[in-house]
Write a protein that binds this ligand. Structure first.
Ligand code: UD1
Length: 419
């Protein structure tokens, strides 16, 4: 299993090119199951979760032709696709549940493994199932599988989600594209990745209109060939912005529309970062002294993303004073805390709130990754620690960050991947 060795503290300076968004690519790739004609998806990030989704599509019968740099995929579906999404593929990535909606919408049946829980919480799929049922999907759960059927095409309905869910919104939008009639989804998640999904579907002839948290989808008979370039990864960009703020860095972050991380940039300004933005660039300089911020709270977009919570916690550990972070999306997303304590952090957890004492002097140590965003937080902490840190189980990082060590090396981080 690969590990990272980081020799801190490192100063950070230079340019970072942001890759395609993993969380936008996954639903877009799942939605290619709706197509009879070939589809071309560009700007895919070269990360493990994308391989998992491509393997899942292949197992369902899609032919995938990858470009040399593996960032563009041409997806060609067979006439008779399979509808069985196996446990062995779904268990490694919860995003696999996104094939359920398109399989039932297009092929009127599916046997899809239940994804199960993961370290950051129970993560049920009840909202996905309830919405798809309203559209006409009947299902039973047997032996860990969702066995689903519909009598012909799904039917457009009005659905209000009881709670905002990114995945349930995506699954329902994808499924509604080919439904008979109009679907109106209320209380939707409106993350930029979901807008990217609907832009993609509209580019292929779908009829989707947004108004606030309401999404109106007029069903069409079929979708047309399209070529679509996935948006850039706002969590990767946010992570590098935190890195610059944390390490008195000076970075030019390229290839991302700064508007989509406005909330995050405002928060980092409060912490003392100097930020300028251009069309597709962010210039960020970290302060000499980081200011503490009370009551940071993760929220659905346009709030502070839960996927940036662990990174912000490292920042607050270095701030001058006390701060707190409330995690309001996932019930158990503080696994990084125990590892950060091993580097010297002073953090107390009460329910879903972390109380952080600032002015931490991080000292390098051997660390263990637990999930994708927790692992990148450990990398950030190791960059500003005194001495060497070894980070184990970085396969978590490889799920969502494209060769992060290459990008970090370019900006001055002493980092090595080894077995
Ligand atoms: C997506 C992102 C993930 C991000 C999260 C929140 C992808 C591939 N993953 O995950 O990186 O952290 O959004 O921004 O895009 N819930 C239920 N029942 C459901 C669905 C969700 O109770 O049927 C709960 C979840 O357990 C969680 C909350 O709702 O507490 C939000 O989850 P959701 O927005 O669905 O997250 P994901 O789509 O799984």
């Amino acid at each position: 299993m690969d590990k990272f060795l980081i020799d801190g503290p490192c100063s950070i300076k230079g340019k970072v090119l942001i890759s395609g968004s993993k969380n936008a690519s996954l639903p877009i790739l799942a939605a290619t199951l709706l197509f009879d004609q070939p589809v071309i998806i560009k700007n895919l990030p070269r990360v493990k979760d994308i391989n998992t989704m491509l393997n899942l599509l292949k197992s369902l019968g899609s032919k995938i032709i990858l470009s040399k740099d593996k960032k563009t995929a041409k997806v060609i579906n067979k006439k008779n696709m399979k509808t069985f999404a196996s446990y062995s593929l779904v268990k490694t990535m919860r995003g696999s549940i996104l094939v359920l909606g398109p399989l039932v919408a297009k092929y009127f049946k599916s046997k899809t493994s239940l994804p199960g829980g993961c370290l950051i919480g129970a993560r049920p799929v009840n909202y996905h199932l309830a919405a798809l049922k309203k559209l006409g999907m009947n299902y039973v759960i047997k032996d860990g599988y969702i066995i689903a059927k519909s009598k012909g095409r799904l039917k457009g309905r009005k659905i209000k989600f009881p709670k905002i869910s990114v995945g349930a919104t995506e699954n329902s939008i994808i499924a509604s594209c080919l439904a008979k009639g109009t679907t109106i989804l209320k209380n939707c998640a409106i993350e930029p990745e979901i807008k990217d999904l609907t832009n993609f579907l509209n580019s292929a002839g779908a009829n989707i209109i947004w108004s606030g948290r309401t999404c109106k989808i007029k069903g069409v008979n079929s979708l047309n060939h399209t070529e679509y370039s996935v948006m850039s990864d706002r969590i990767e960009a946010g992570t590098f912005c935190v890195a610059a703020t944390l390490a008195k860095g000076n970075l030019e972050i390229k290839n991302l529309n700064p508007q989509i991380i406005k909330t995050e940039l405002n928060l980092l300004k409060k912490a003392g970062a100097k930020i300028k933005t251009d069309n597709n660039k962010i210039f960020i300089k970290g302060p000499d002294k980081i200011k503490s911020i009370k009551n940071i709270k993760t929220k659905e977009f346009p709030g502070i993303p839960t996927d940036l919570q662990a990174q912000l916690m490292v920042l607050m550990c270095k701030a001058a004073g006390k701060s707190s972070i409330t995690e309001s999306i996932f019930e158990n997303r503080f696994m990084h805390v125990a590892e950060l304590r091993r580097l010297g952090a002073k953090i107390n957890i009460k329910n879903n709130k972390a109380f952080i004492d600032g002015n931490t002097k991080f000292i390098g140590a051997e660390l263990m990754s637990s999930d994708l965003r927790a692992s990148v937080a450990l990398v950030l902490a190791a960059i500003i620690s005194n001495g060497k840190s070894h980070i184990n189980r970085i396969y978590h990082l490889d799920r969502g960050y494209e060769r992060i060590e290459n990008k970090l090396k370019k900006i001055g981080v002493r980092i090595k991947r080894y077995k």
